[in-house]
Structures are given as C-alpha cells and as structure tokens.
Design a protein around this ligand. Structure first.
Ligand SMILES: Cc1cc2nc3c(=O)[nH]c(=O)nc-3n(C[C@H](O)[C@H](O)[C@H](O)COP(=O)(O)OP(=O)(O)OC[C@H]3O[C@@H](n4cnc5c(N)ncnc54)[C@H](O)[C@@H]3O)c2cc1C
Length: 285
C-alpha cells in the first residue's frame, strides 16, 4: 500500500477545513468498511484521510425533535438497529438493519458512510428515501439540506462537493403512513441485494394516497419511480391495480445486469416485489 497521511480533527468545522475541493485523493473516513476495501483493491489511493471519529459527539446521536427523528452521521448502523426511538417510530428501519451485512460491519459502519458511498446496492438509502428523509450537509459555505434521493448523481457518485460532509439525516413524522423495504437477494438474506424496493404511502378510504416508490440495486443509482407513483395514486390495493403498478415500474426503471442477476430477471423481480411490498406495508402498518 502506498503511504498516506491520517489526520483526526477534533471538530466538524476542522474536518471540513482539512478537505480540499480540488483534490480527490483527500477523503473523509467514517467506519472505513467501504473505503478500506477500495484501498485494498487499488481503486482508491489516498494521500490523506480525514478520520471523523473525534468530531463532536452530537454527530453520533439519534434524537427526537418534535415528531421527526434526527440521526447523526457518525451513528453506527448498530446504533440505528438498537435505538428505542427508531424501534418505536420506524420499525421498517430497524428491520432493514437486520439483513444489512453482518453485525461486525454494522458495529463499525456509520450512517454518513452508508449514505455517502453511493453504491446503488446499499440498503439504508432506499429505506430513508421512501420515508421522505432529508440529508444535512456541511461545507465551507455553511449547511444545506437535500432529500436522500437527490444525493445520488450516478453509479458510486453523489452531488456532494469534495469538501462537504454529511452531518445527519432527518426522518419526518410518519403521520400514519405505511412503509416497507424489501431486500431481494439471490443468495443469503444478508447478501448484497439483486433488487431493493422501498415504498411508503398513506391509506385512506381503502385507497393509496401520496405514494413514494424507490428502487435500488437493479438501477445505476437509487431511483424514485414517479410514473409508478402516479399509477398507484388513488388505487385500491387489489391484484389488478398492483399488476398495473408492477408493469409501470418495469417500464420506468432503467434496469442493469450485474453479478446478482440479468436485467430481464431483475425486471420480473420488480413486478413481483413491488406488489409484495405494497401488501406488506399495508399488513404491517
Ligand atoms: C463484507 C461487507 C458486506 C456488506 N454488505 C452490505 C449489505 O448487504 N448492504 C449494505 O447496505 N451495505 C453492505 N456493506 C457496505 C456497508 O454498508 C458500507 O461499507 C458502510 O455502510 C460504509 O460506511 P462506513 O462508515 O464504513 O464508510 P467509509 O468506508 O468510512 O466511507 C465510505 C464513503 O463515504 C465517505 N464518507 C464517510 N462519511 C462521510 C460523511 N459524513 N460525509 C461525506 N462523506 C463521507 C467516505 O469518504 C467514502 O467515500 C457491506 C460491507 C462489507 C465490508
């Protein structure tokens, strides 16, 4: 491995100041579970890593503000899995953690790293996007906030500047909305998904209202499915409506093949699992 410098700033502000907007070999490191694999594989060779472990502890906390839940970027995925407020308010999020890799990875990986990595196969971003969550970002010019689905610009690409850091993600009040995430793997349940489908919607007078449909793993980047949402809007949950929505999703998604399945296989999965996701969200609340 080529030698590099490792620095440990004591504050978020200092961390931001140590990043360089023009220098891609200087990167923040949170849990390091993704970054170290990239370094071992030789696809990333840092000159300097900015370790975020010593920044203010508030960036690792999970707090309730009104009805919203704020998760600090340095909270581990295990923190999310075991937090009482997450369990009470967002069981869908707790459940998603159970099959996200294994406990060793979850104990080390941070929410900020899981959001910033940009691998479309990751489990956390689609769940948060379906829940209408917003990411807070800090940079030299101050703070900005954006919806989770707006964070991704391509395969392993985000809209973050090289000197910006994710500080937290805020999930709004659910207001009785139904939500679920289906991780579809072609091997073990905790393997990388071939397809991820996350949905949330209000259910009023027997019909679906204001649905959010997110597809991941089968597409170049996490994708919000607006045409499919239009198909579901106002629909009664029955076989015909769900079949129509499945066809709409298969037509809308730009599906790619990978080691987990061909595009044709993933398209069929999407038709089936969108239907299952809506039914599961309704059944589980
Ligand atoms: C064996 C194994 C199996 C896995 N299986 C799964 C799986 O099934 N599902 C799944 O979702 N994931 C899986 N993962 C991936 C895992 O979720 C990610 O590696 C992890 O979430 C990344 O978090 P981290 O804190 O370790 O990030 P790091 O490795 O520290 O960083 C990842 C990227 O994010 C950047 N970054 C980190 N923090 C910030 C921040 N605050 N602001 C801006 N940029 C930041 C880094 O510069 C880097 O580019 C697996 C990983 C391993 C090693």
């Amino acid at each position: 491995m080529i030698p590099f410098e490792m620095v440990e700033p004591q504050s978020l502000q200092e961390a931001v100041s140590l990043l360089d907007p023009e220098e891609p070999t200087i990167r923040p490191v949170a849990g390091g579970t993704a970054l170290m694999l990239m370094m071992k594989a030789g696809v990333f060779q840092p000159t300097r890593l900015i370790c975020l472990h010593a920044i203010e502890p508030e960036h690792a906390r999970i707090t309730v503000s009104g009805e919203a839940l704020r998760i600090g970027a340095m909270a581990t995925l295990s923190d999310v899995e075991h937090d009482a407020n997450v369990a009470a308010r967002l069981p869908v999020l707790k459940r998603a953690m159970r099959t996200l890799s294994n406990v060793r990875v979850r104990n080390v990986a941070r929410v900020g790293g899981a959001l910033a990595h940009g691998d479309p196969h990751m489990d956390l971003p689609p769940v948060l996007a379906a829940l209408g969550a917003k990411v807070s970002v800090a940079g030299p010019k101050g703070h900005r906030e954006l919806p989770v689905e707006a964070l991704y610009s391509g395969y392993y690409e985000t809209v973050l500047e090289k000197n910006e850091l994710i500080t937290s993600v805020t999930v709004p009040a659910r207001n009785g909305r139904k939500a679920t995430y289906m991780k579809v793997t072609s091997r073990t349940a905790d393997d990388w998904p071939a397809l991820g489908v996350a949905v949330s919607f209000a259910h009023k007078d027997g019909t679906i209202r204001d649905p959010i449909v997110i597809v991941s793993a089968a597409t170049e980047k996490l994708t919000r499915m607006t045409s499919t949402e239009k198909e579901l809007q106002g629909a009664t949950v029955d076989d015909k409506a769900l079949a129509r929505a499945g066809e709409a999703a298969a037509a809308e998604a730009q599906i790619l093949a990978d080691a987990h399945g061909t595009a044709a296989y993933k398209r069929e999965l999407l038709k089936v699992y969108l239907r299952r996701a809506v039914r599961q969200a309704l059944a589980e609340g």
